[in-house]
Write a protein that binds this ligand. Structure first.
Ligand SMILES: Nc1nc2c(ncn2[C@@H]2O[C@H](COP(=O)(O)OP(=O)(O)OP(=O)(O)O)[C@@H](O)[C@H]2O)c(=O)[nH]1
Length: 604
């Protein structure tokens, strides 16, 4: 019953949507906003929840966002629905579990033509473990290839979730949208939370806004939060005054109070995003003993790479750009690095390859920088002969081989879902990537494979290879499991006899011969011919395992463009010039950006 007493939370529903990329989460969220009358048609034209340009271009959701909607249900009552968006990509799974902590329920949206995918299974388990009510929804029912019965069977068998009364919907046509909202109100419990208790609020997300400073999205778990309150951020121990608070409906709307059970934003003149980390707990300065909401952990980067400005003059701008970018991205780690080959730059840590690509693109696009990136690497644990254990995120910083007692690499626990007809190819790929099979189950038309794989193999090209091995149908989810001793070594690349530190890679000894040779071949393709022969060698210590030669250039590139075809000649020169921008002079040889990433293109 919707009572006037403020302590009644029965009209509130906090929920998230779990969906694999492209299964229709954003479209569905837009429909909810429309049904609840939050936006005009023109505003609807933009997908409001994916707010960053880059996200929209790539069509993926990165930052969690929320929207508060008033829904007039069929029982005549008005409910407050707080939808908390979650990112769909495996790199950002930490943020998913944060978002789920703020909810009592989640919709599991599955494309009725595609079926269940590994990532949504993993997120669904997280939700179930956190005690959430999960409601399956079959989306894209308007498509002729929709197979609701098969997908229901998959949901029941793979996830173990009752799905026979899952709403059959189409976010595109509008079919079933109100049925979803009705089911949500009926099945997802309202939040619990004592309004009289001391304030305890969870930070679901924080981002840096140029005008407002840090804005945090919070879920009040107990007590109330008022404008003007002096708050305490538990992990930093810092105190701040709340300048503004309110909700997104979906526009930012100011209020004076957020109560237990509610979700909204706060601004408290916090200068950088690390001052209000995601997953942290807020309480009042007067009640510092309120416990933290459990499960808070600092995000740890999984993949590291060196980023260097092409022109040394840009170093200062590059540092400023990283400072600014990190205001908004707490998971971006960076520290100065210097390389003999590439000069001064930064060693950056990322959540995964997608995160790395996004950061790189933002630096180049928003800050107009030309950067050279070295091959990404995972973090290794090295036990030295003197017993000391060190973590190494940069192949060129490895201790000398004879000082290494044990080389340990990170192992992930991976789940792959793949249609039966492609399972053979996927197993072959996993074996090639040094995977160890832990489980294999057949369900409906899909096979669920569980493997332990070295993280280094996964972050390289595994995902792309998996997609091509399964015609795009396989899906993957993985999480760090442990460090394990492995027969690894460092492979150096020498250009005309000079060891190029930025080209060093760590790999398994079994792969060294073959990959070393392929790497030299690839380098030969990538390094432009010079006025002299260039020798490219791959070596372990002093032992050369492969070599090739980039033959000296004899002809002028434009020589063959004889006659009056000036435009073609100009074009060629222009292309050459653009190519040069992304080159680094190493000794007397120009090495292009692609060569630094060549290892990623070397299939074992
Ligand atoms: N035919 C059909 N297409 C749909 C439906 N729902 C979504 N789509 C389309 O599917 C594509 C992906 O939809 P999104 O809503 O962007 O998917 P998403 O899950 O939010 O993707 P991320 O933001 O990347 O996680 C878009 O081209 C939508 O237009 C539906 O019910 N029917």
């Amino acid at each position: 019953m919707l009572a006037s007493v403020s302590s009644d939370l029965s009209h509130i529903r906090n929920f998230s949507i779990i969906a694999h990329i492209d299964h229709g989460k954003s479209t569905l969220a837009d429909r909810f906003i429309q049904v609840c009358g939050g936006l005009t048609d023109r505003e609807m034209a933009e997908q409001v929840l994916d707010s960053m340009d880059l996200e929209r271009e790539r069509g993926i959701t990165i930052k969690a966002q929320s929207v508060t909607l008033d829904y007039k249900a069929r029982d005549g009552k008005v409910y407050q629905l707080n939808f908390i968006d979650t990112p769909g990509h495996v790199d950002f799974s930490y943020e998913v579990s944060r978002s789920l902590y703020a909810c009592e329920g989640a919709l599991l949206v599955v494309d009725a033509g595609q079926g269940v995918e590994a990532q949504s299974v993993a997120n669904c388990y997280t939700a179930i473990e956190q005690g959430l009510e999960v409601l399956p929804v079959l989306n894209k029912m308007d498509l002729p290839q929709a197979e609701p019965d098969r997908v229901i069977q998959e949901i029941e068998e793979i996830i173990g979730l009752e799905a026979h009364d899952a709403v059959r919907a189409s976010a595109k046509s509008g079919l079933g949208i109100e049925d979803i909202l009705e089911q949500l109100i009926e099945r997802i419990p309202p939040p619990e939370g004592d309004l009289e208790a001391d304030l305890q609020a969870l930070i679901i997300d924080s981002w840096f806004d140029n005008y407002l400073g840090v804005v945090s999205l919070v879920r009040v778990r107990q007590g109330t939060l008022n404008k003007g309150d002096k708050i305490l951020i538990k992990s930093t121990g810092r105190q701040h005054v709340v300048d503004r608070l309110g909700i997104f409906n979906p526009k930012m709307t100011d209020k004076t109070v957020l109560k237990a059970g509610e979700v909204g934003f706060i601004c408290a003149s916090i200068k950088e995003i690390r001052g209000a980390p995601v997953g942290d707990t807020i309480t009042l300065a007067t009640t510092p003993d309120v416990p933290m909401v459990p499960g808070f952990q600092k995000v740890k980067p999984q993949v590291y790479a060196g980023l260097f400005p092409v022109s040394a003059d840009d170093y200062g701008d590059f540092r400023d750009a990283l400072d600014k970018l990190s205001l908004n991205d707490a998971s971006l780690f960076y520290e100065p690095e210097s390389s003999d080959a590439l000069g001064f730059g930064f060693r950056c840590g990322f959540l995964g390859m997608l995160h790395m690509e996004i950061v790189q693109e933002r630096l180049e696009r928003e800050y107009d920088l030309d950067l050279i990136t070295t091959a990404p690497t995972v973090v290794y644990e090295i036990m030295k002969t003197d017993g000391e254990v060190v973590m190494v995120d940069n192949p060129s910083k490895l201790p000398a081989i004879n000082n290494i007692e044990e080389f340990r690499e990170p192992i992930v626990h991976a789940t792959i879902l793949v249609p039966q007809e492609h399972v053979g190819n996927v197993i072959t790929l996993c074996v090639e990537k040094r995977g160890v099979q832990k489980d294999m189950q057949f369900t409906g038309g899909q096979v669920s494979l569980v493997y332990e794989l070295p993280m280094a193999e996964i972050v390289m090209d595994f995902f792309d290879r998996l997609k091509s091995a399964s015609r795009g149908f396989a899906s993957l989810d993985f999480a760090f499991d442990r460090f394990e001793a492995s027969n690894l070594t460092r492979l150096d690349i020498l250009v005309n006899g000079d060891r190029v530190d930025a080209l060093a890679v760590i790999m398994h000894r079994d792969h060294v011969q073959r990959r070393g040779r392929l790497l030299c071949e690839k380098m030969k393709e990538l390094i432009p011919r010079q006025q002299f022969d260039v020798a490219v060698q791959a070596a372990i210590g002093n032992q050369v395992v492969a070599r090739t030669t980039v033959k000296a250039l004899r002809k002028n590139v434009t020589a063959k463009c004889y006659g009056g075809d000036v435009s073609r000649k100009k074009k060629l020169l222009q292309r050459q010039k653009e190519g040069k921008k992304r080159m680094k002079q190493v000794g007397s040889v120009s090495i292009p950006q692609d060569a630094f990433l060549a290892i990623l293109k070397v299939d074992s």
